[in-house]
Design a protein around this ligand. Structure first.
Ligand SMILES: [Zn+2]
Length: 392
């Protein structure tokens, strides 16, 4: 009897896909790009023989740059080499029948907003460092955030003295996130610190001329005519005093400025708008910048390692502009900035000068400021959570 043959089992189709192997390798200290390429089996790729946009100068490649090599298995010679010369680009070199070609991928950065809240027990930096995960902000960016807050509140909070257990912070932060998944800290949009029982809100406001400042909830600027700190320092190594033992000369001398210990090369900022009176060697001061400001005020920045570009006698500088870099020229036994504040020739303690209240927001900008402040408040202060209401 005839029987219908059983259908043969059908195997699923086999898709032969090409297999790739991806390896990253780092340009080491003292190594040339040819040595790295030899190690990875890349031949005939000259990074400088391309159009400007995708060419790389082999002499300018820094140790630590990471190159990625893609091999098409079972081959052992890379078919693609890629590298990120800066934060905004990936350059890919591909091997084709005609030799190496190059193309560039742009890395997109887009902003997002995060809210941080927590207790400050000893220091703002320690609090932020303990609270914020690396995935939200990496370590160096947390340090930057702590400094940015210290500068916003420079004239309202002395972070070296005023902090008490139970103090508290809320921060609204704008970050930049890349299409590669990296996070970069952008700016503080708003903050509210509770310090010694006092609440200190701050709102970032950009004026129509693109200048910006932080204002409290009444619209008073937190900025003063002078920056409180001319440098992002590690510690104050010597305060203003009428008598102290000079560490190098070994004799008692008054200290007419403030010493900020910081790493060599740390940027030094002009504390207010002004005109450079001198930028050069000045005896025990070493490399010195002296700036004349309004109202008979002069500031001095001493022991500099070097001067910023364009800073010379007669040049105009604005508040926050980098004028030089921390060093230990002149009479100094460690890298630090010696900062002086003189009014009509008399040295004053820059940390004790009273600049009064900040300027209020102008009448013409009041309405725009209030709208912005309310937007920021809604995101800075979350609505009451119902489970918290039965409270302690
Ligand atoms: Zn000093």
């Amino acid at each position: 009897m005839w029987r219908r043959p059983r259908p043969l089992p059908v195997a699923p189709p086999i898709v032969v896909s090409r297999a790739f192997d991806t390896v990253s390798d780092t340009l080491r200290w003292g190594e040339t790009i040819s040595e790295l390429f030899d190690r990875q089996g890349v031949a005939g790729l000259a990074l400088d023989r391309f159009d400007d946009e995708v060419a790389l100068d082999p002499r300018r490649l820094r140790a630590g740059m990471v190159f990625t090599f893609v091999r098409e298995l079972p081959g052992i010679v890379p078919v693609e080499v890629s590298v990120r010369p800066d934060a905004a680009r990936i350059v890919r070199y591909r091997h084709t029948a005609d030799g190496w070609t190059a193309l560039v991928d742009t890395i997109r950065w887009s902003p997002d907003v995060v809210r941080l809240e927590g207790a400050i027990d000893h220091s703002l930096y320690v609090a932020l460092d303990g609270l914020v995960a690396d995935s939200v902000l990496e370590r160096g960016e947390r340090t930057r955030l702590a400094w940015e807050l210290a500068e916003i509140y420079a004239w309202t909070v002395d972070f070296t003295r005023d902090i008490r257990p139970g103090d508290h912070f809320q921060i609204l932060l704008e970050r930049d996130v890349s299409s590669e998944g990296e996070v970069r800290f952008g700016r503080v949009l708003a903050a509210d610190l509770t310090i010694m029982g006092r609440r200190l809100p701050a709102f970032r406001f950009v004026h129509p001329d693109n200048s910006l400042a932080y204002y409290d909830d009444r619209g008073l600027s937190l900025r003063r005519a002078f920056l409180r700190y001319p440098v992002r320092f590690r510690r104050i190594s010597s305060r203003f005093s009428s008598a102290r033992l000079h560490p190098v000369l070994g004799v008692t001398r008054k200290h007419v400025g403030i010493d900020y210990a910081a790493d060599r090369g740390t940027p030094v900022m002009a504390t207010a708008d002004g005109v450079v009176l001198r930028a050069g060697l000045a005896g025990g001061y070493g490399r010195l910048v002296e700036i004349r400001h309004k109202n008979g005020i002069i500031t001095r920045y001493a022991h500099l390692n070097g001067f910023a570009k364009g800073v010379r006698k007669g040049s105009r500088v604005i508040q926050g502009q980098t004028i030089g870099y921390v060093g230990m020229t002149g009479l100094a036994n460690a890298p630090h900035l010696h900062y002086e504040f003189r009014e009509h020739g008399r040295p004053r303690n820059p940390l004790a000068v009273d600049f009064g209240n900040g300027d209020p927001i102008s009448e013409g900008e009041r309405a725009a400021f209030d709208v912005r402040r309310q937007q920021l408040e809604q995101r800075l202060y979350p609505p009451e959570q119902s489970f918290a209401q039965g409270g302690e």
